[in-house]
Design a protein around this ligand. Sequence first.
Ligand code: GLA
Length: 637
Amino acid sequence: MAVWIMTVFLGSAFITSASEAFWVSDLDLGKMEQSWGQPGVNKSVVGAPLSIGGKKFEHGVGTHAISVLRIRLEGHGDRFTAQVGLDDDIGQCPASLIFKVEGDSKILFNSGVMKTGEAAQPVAVDLSGVKVLSLLVEATGNDISCNHADWADAKITMREGKPVTTMYPSEPPVVLTPKPPRTPRINGAEIIGVRPGSPFLFTIPATGERPITFAVSGLPAGLTVDPQTGRITGVLTNQGSYTVTFLAKNELGTNRRSFKIVCGNTLSLTPPMGWNSWNCFGCDVSDAKVRAAADAMVSSGLINHGWTYINIDDCWEGGRDANGNIIPNSKFPDMKALTDYVHAKGLKIGIYSSPGPKTCGGNEGSYQHEEQDARQFARWGFDYLKYDWCSYGNIAPNPTLEQMKQPYQVMHAALERQPRDIVYSLCQYGMGDVWKWGASVEGNCWRTGIDIVDTWTSVSGIGFDQVGREQYAGPGHWNDPDMLVVGQVGWGSNIRPTRLTVNEQFTHISLWALLDAPLFIGCDMTKLDDFTLGLLSNDEVLAVNQDSLGRQAARVSVDGVLEVWAKDMADGSKVAGLFNRGENDATVTLNWYDLGLTGKQNVRDLWRQKNLGIFNGQFQAKVGRHGVVLVQLTPAE
Ligand code: GLA
């Protein structure tokens, strides 16, 4: 601790004020949250002397990203100074970290990505007025074994009082989604696209006490509905748009809803919704696990909210037979039997391949077998293909734009010739700004970036990075920020609960809904808990994603770590997400002006499905750390 005397001449009087400096390493670091180990006091996280870029430091805190230290200053702080960087104790291990300093909801310092061996960056920020100071280290790399981060020489100068470390209150997993009524209610998309001649399958998603009987009026010739299951099947031969009315009835009541069937060339008129095996099972996927996911989609009731696809990701492939036909590995003994099983539940099923010779998991890809594979996928009965670049990088290193498009055009042409509708999902991690041309190669969706993992850095980094891409999405062609990481995930045999906090999970689902993202549940469907089920079964939130207008949300305002994203809905209303990316609770303001609105608006909280009242000009909400308030605005007059 050191005391500086500051003497200021003011008019004819001399005022003397003392400011006191505190080493951060002297504070109670038991409140520091970090993804591995314990904070090092004047040492690195593994107890080595603090050292950044070859320079040693006597004072400081060594931590392991992802980490956050929250310090109460109550507005009495003066300055924070430090030298930040990766500790030399990691040797050559490749790590990339971002150091951030936040004062309440303002970003005071951002180091940008720092890598192994780089010299320390100096930090010097003014703390005037700051109530809570947050020191954050985020990890951007995939190797999480050496994220050793140092806040060297970290010192807080106070005008009065002492800095006190504090933790964000724990967030109980409260289910906000109200239980659906016992009376029938038809949910999900209000439109579907199908090609002439393709088998049609659509299950009317409806909540309410069973038994429910279904009927459809105005159904075009070629289609029939099963009154017990609400499943519509058949084949349409003529192009055209058919408006029908669904009816669902039980002992307690009846519900009707208008629905449009568009027979033409465009599939996925709303973002596809379903489950994918990758984020939970990785290469540990099997026929039995896929069947179990389909079973759970029905038994959990999620099918009644519009969830449709059961998609197998990588690691189903065996090799090729003597005729070059792709064959599954021993974990998938009978693909046709598997697709029949899933279809018999009223669900659809997807598969995965690569335009390269090998997939990302090193399995057989479709290179030079595109036509044959498309035919096989259709024969087996698949309804969705995720086509993942991976080893195509060996065929076309440093590809031109044309070379990036080419393999996707080849597979599309092959899919188009099949007598089934196969939704086409491009996966090449955003290369060549794929959002600008994904639709031109007939992709129904395209991944816009790297693989998601269940951390705040990953989810917020990917989600909030979608700024400006809204102009490229629309019915039949969607930006895909990757699959969901709520529930029990793990990419292999070690399934564990998501590392996202409660608020972060609400942000994840709300943002993906606003972004019109394909929604693929990435968790073990057999281990759904009530909280996760609540996240995935809120019909008002899902309706934001499935809205027929297909207008992806844009970011309409940014104020430090506070952001508002909003989208137009088909009924003329607007939906806005008030997000707090910061470390502390904050008030987020939604201004009508930013949405092009005027006058009085009804504001409805979509997670709670509750009207909040009539507001004029603006709406403000208190939003927790990394949290969201999702509202819908409809004119009050
Ligand atoms: C890539 C994709 C993932 C997953 C794996 C499978 O990493 O981005 O979504 O499909 O390949 O190997």
